[in-house]
Design a protein around this ligand. Structure first.
Ligand code: EPZ
Length: 422
């Protein structure tokens, strides 16, 4: 397993090209199951999770081919297999996104119930509830969710759960509804830009959708959908991660292709901390502040502060002039990075879904263990600013969601090297 060796203290300065959004590309790839003909997707990042989704779609009869570094061609060639098996689903939760399109197009979906993961319990009760509301019969068979429907009829569906809206449940029900009869209204829909991007992709394929990006999405069912050439939105979480990197290292970065309108809550938080953030003609410019002000942050569904940047902003607050409070409202246990950061000298105390972060003068390099995708990114950020050397182990977690992160960091001055671990 690869490791990163990072020597902290370098200021990051220069330009970083932000890649395509992992969390938009994955459901859009799954939506290819709904289509007749060929689809070309641009700006698809070359990530482990994208390769896993391509493998899964291949087993479901979709021919997926990377025809250029960031361009995929997808074409459905065989609709006989409707079973997304445990072996693949257990490796990537986003596999659950094949449930809606399999049901919507083939009227049958058998998807292994995803297990939990490092960031917490990951139920899919809302996904099942939405499919049943469209007329599907549900059964649990040997750990697999089995959904069947003679026909799917649109209706009013409430998709709110104990933690608010659900991103992939909204995406699944959207994909199940586009070929259903009649009108479907999804109430308490997720508003994330990735959901809106999926809807825009489906509209380009001939779907009739309105309200995407708001809590109420309306779908008018159509007979069929055709392939299309489409450009995936940039990755706001990768962009946010580099925004924190610039702020942490007393540097300045131009994030090319980043969309500041997808990062309003993050920009607001960074400005309150004292960081300079401004829109440029080709993205976002971020420049460090002299002082890092403490802050109180709570993660929320979009447009609130994203849970996927909680670990990263925690590193910045660990070095603030004062105490900060960070509450995690989406995944209350998403704090595996806290103990690792404390091993680097941070003073962070967990009180249930909240952490109290006592600002310290510096972090000190240490061997640390990555646990999940975004926690791993936070440990890399910690290494960039820590005194001495930090060894981040199990970087395969990072490779799931960041394309060549060490090369992008090296290009703007970071002292980071990947080596083959034991
Ligand atoms: C998506 O996961 C993202 N993944 C996650 O990003 C992100 O952290 C999450 O949304 C929240 O923004 C993809 O888009 C592929 P949810 P998802 O359903 O859809 C509860 C990353 O790092 N819930 O919006 O699985 C759930 O437990 C990943 O890129 C139910 O109770 O998240 C959570 O507390 C990590 N029942 C909350 O809702 C359900 O049926 C939000 O989860 C579904 C979810």
């Amino acid at each position: 397993m690869d490791v990163f060796d990072i020597t902290g203290g370098n200021r990051l300065r220069g330009k970083v090209q932000i890649g395509g959004s992992k969390n938009a590309a994955l459901p859009i790839m799954a939506a290819s199951l709904l289509l007749e003909g060929e689809t070309i997707l641009h700006n698809v990042p070359d990530l482990q999770d994208v390769r896993l989704m391509a493998d899964l779609l291949g087993r479901l009869g979709v021919n997926v081919k990377r025809i250029e570094p960031n361009i995929l061609r997808l074409r459905v060639e065989d609709e006989s297999n409707c079973h997304a098996e445990y072996e693949l689903v257990s490796q990537m939760r986003a596999s659950v996104c094949v449930m809606g399109p399999l049901l919507g197009k083939r009227r049958t979906a058998r998807v292994s119930m995803p297990g939990g993961c490092a960031i917490g319990v990951r139920p899919i009760d809302l996904h099942i509830h939405g499919c049943q509301a469209l007329g599907a019969d549900y059964d649990l068979v040997n750990g697999d969710v089995l959904l069947k429907a003679k026909k799917l009829v649109g209706g009013d569906i409430f998709l709110g759960g104990p933690f608010g809206s659900s991103v992939t449940a909204t995406e699944n029900i959207l994909m199940a509804a586009v070929l259903s009869e009649g009108t479907t209204t999804i109430e308490c829909a997720a508003c994330e830009p990735e959901v809106a991007d999926l809807a825009n992709f489906l509209i380009a394929c001939g779907a009739r959708i309105s309200g995407h990006g708001t809590p109420r999405i309306t779908v008018e069912g159509v007979e069929s959908l055709h392939g299309v050439e489409y450009h995936v939105i940039p990755d706001r979480i990768e962009a946010g991660t580099f925004m924190v990197a610039a702020a942490l290292t007393n540097g300045e970065l131009d994030l090319l292709g980043a969309r500041i309108d997808h990062l309003v809550a993050v920009t607001d938080a960074l400005k309150r901390i004292g960081v300079h953030v401004r829109r440029t003609s080709d993205g976002i410019n971020v420049a460090a502040a002299r002082r890092i002000e403490p802050l109180e942050i709570t993660t929320q569904p979009y447009p609130g502060f994203p849970t996927d940047l909680q670990a990263q902003i925690m590193v910045l607050l660990a070095l603030a002039d004062g105490n900060s409070i960070l509450t995690e409202k989406i995944y209350p246990d998403r704090f595996l990075h806290v103990m690792e950061l404390n091993r680097m000298g941070a003073q962070i105390r967990k009180e249930g879904p909240t952490v109290i972060i006592e600002g310290v003068k510096r972090l000190v390099g240490a061997p640390v263990m990555a646990s999940d995708l975004r926690a791993s990114a936070a440990l890399v950020l910690g290494g960039l600013i820590a005194k001495g050397t930090t060894k981040v182990q199990r970087v395969y977690h990072i490779d799931r969601g960041y394309e060549k992160i060490e090369e992008k960091l090296q290009a703007v001055g970071a002292d980071i090297r990947r080596s083959k671990g034991a």
